[in-house]
Design a protein around this ligand. Sequence first.
Ligand SMILES: Cc1cc2nc3c(=O)[nH]c(=O)nc-3n(C[C@H](O)[C@H](O)[C@H](O)COP(=O)(O)OP(=O)(O)OC[C@H]3O[C@@H](n4cnc5c(N)ncnc54)[C@H](O)[C@@H]3O)c2cc1C
Length: 414
Amino acid sequence: MKILIIGAGIGGLTTALALKEAGHDVTVFEQVAEIKPLGVGINLLPHAVGVLFGLGLKAPLAATAIDAKEYVYMNRHGQEILADARGLAAGYAYPQYSIHRGELQMILLEAAVKALGAENIRTGHKLASFEESAGPRDLAKVAARFADRAGRSVGEATGDILIAADGIHSTARARFYPDEGMPKWNGAIMWRGLTEGKPFLSGASIVKAGWTRQKFVVYPISRRHAAQGKALINWIADLHTDSHDLLAREDWNRPGRLEDFLPAFQDWHFPWLDVPEVIRNASAVYEFPMVDRDPVARWSFGRITLLGDAAHPMYPIASNGASQAILDAEVIADSLARHGDPVAALRDYESRRLHPTAEIVRMNRQQGPDVILDMVHERAPQGFQRLDDVLPKAELAAIVGKYKKAAGHQQVIR
Ligand SMILES: Cc1cc2nc3c(=O)[nH]c(=O)nc-3n(C[C@H](O)[C@H](O)[C@H](O)COP(=O)(O)OP(=O)(O)OC[C@H]3O[C@@H](n4cnc5c(N)ncnc54)[C@H](O)[C@@H]3O)c2cc1C
């Protein structure tokens, strides 16, 4: 089958690799002229890592990422609420990886160039319009037209199906849902940065401290730094405002200003990490609003479907943004293998992925497992002597277990 993929992000490139391996003729179209390793740290859940290992990426991932051992929840005083084992340490068949998003994208890109040929990854091609031709099903095709960033036509392509993995501002999604408008903002701003520092806690811990209105998330993302006894620390300082009106379209590369958030974290000194120092020593700081979109009823329209953030944009919390796009890639390849008819295959993919991802969008809006931080903050704002008096163990385990089940990462436990 001839397959057109729109977007060379994490979802588009993983899908390209999975479909090429299944024997399809795949071309990827990306709007930017040059793919650069942008972004800061992200996490890949074990089931998503399993998909990437299956595509032959074990060696480059293991050489780049940190194999996360635990997820530690703390109150704003740095008192531990929960240390939840992760990845191999939790008995999963695959590690959970903390990795630089740009490095992950480059690993995928290198593999895609090798598998598809550089000529089949067409940068400077922004999807402008598309249509499915009418006619008997076996003759039907989908035609897409592309433009450069200035809007000048750069060509057309025809395929059996089109997979739009073109992110939260998807052109394809906007065609199917023309009234949707801007993403929804919950009032939180995330300032994100990378700081070279010393390893902390286990050396492979993800820590989330604070509560809904003020949080600090921190984890190391570089195996190369770890090998030199250092840590490349990814951090996210999260503050809630009471506004819900996005003044400008969000942008992962928008620079942030220390004066907008550092004062709020000025006295966050933990024995194992000095938060203001980490913030001040960052090589760069970016500002991003916590946005998502409402789940939609359909992704697949004839020979066209949505994938990754184009299908289910969600808050970038609890490691699901990239992980769910990778799982989409695995399922769409499987659906196409099961069904000879592309329209039936895309419907099958949607039926397997839409509800689970919509559930994660909704759970992330309820703060996912982070509700435990709020419970502790509300019950003991000045800190606690014994956690069990504030949040009993059974209550804690039930909340965390429910979220893991929804995100699907209980299924690959050994
Ligand atoms: C530059 C950038 C930096 C990011 N940094 C972070 C980060 O630090 N932390 C985090 O949690 N998440 C980050 N994300 C989002 C994260 O990558 C996604 O949430 C997740 O990986 C799902 O990936 P995706 O492939 O669906 O979408 P994305 O990774 O957003 O990829 C979509 C791709 O489609 C391309 N595209 C968009 N419209 C068109 C069009 N009309 N025609 C052709 N191509 C198009 C985009 O240029 C992009 O390459 C970033 C995304 C981008 C694009």
